[in-house]
Design a protein around this ligand. Sequence first.
Ligand code: FES
Length: 287
Amino acid sequence: MEGTTVLTIAIPVLVALGALVLFTTSRRRDTGAALSREARKRDRSPSPFLEDDQAGAVSGREVELAAARAGRGPGTDIEPVRPSAPVAYVPPDPEFIGVTRRQFFNRSIIAMFGLGLSGFGAACLAFLWPTLKGGFGGTITVGKLEDILSEATTAREPFYVSEGRFYLNPFPSSAISTAQSVYSDAVLPGIEQGVIALYQKCPHLGCRVPWCDTSQWFECGCHGSQYNRVGEKKGGPAPRGMDMFPVSVAGGTVSVDTGLVIQGVPIGTNSTGQEAEGPHCVSGGSH
Ligand code: FES
């Protein structure tokens, strides 16, 4: 399953769980289910102020009246309330009020859940945020075309750009006319400038395809697919040539758009006619 699909399912599930926790917590308070087990047990036990035969058949108010009567004793007069001067309001000391253990745990659970959810949400956003500039998925400015071609030709290996996961290789000028009838319009401007950008991911099952110094081909170590210098398939189980990225050259500077993957050319394309120039690094299949 794709990462984005997992996130699309996981985010609503987590939000729903969070809402459920908040709802249950507030509901417990509203319905009085938040009473402790001891308190509920005490409520169910018979009152010491009632006769045995009265227990279970009286209301809470009657229990309170019975307790008040028991405290006063028989024949005691009720002291009348005398008017007194109003007492100035003194706000309670917040430290004295404090919070109950239950409130503390409830708030801690909600706070921890909220923190976890917001952290997960921030991570998802960071993951899904589009890369508009630089890095894989964006347009990468590589450097001067002249320097890149010179370095690749001298070293006899492609110019590798790890940040963009692609190789830049010279495209022979003698093969451009053949390429114009086979390659997509998106990569032709780069080819006409004498350079091609090849995605390192093998079109077979996605392994990184390394360069083989001896054969001067790309040769995949996973299942043996082989491609010539410009990524055209030469052997192995791959279904096509190596995928490519569009290249643009402005003012002699090469930029590669890694946000657009162009499918490799069909099997059988051989615009350069380059054969293996030495021993292979992996044994190619006969597909
Ligand atoms: S992944 Fe490259 S040949 Fe299979």
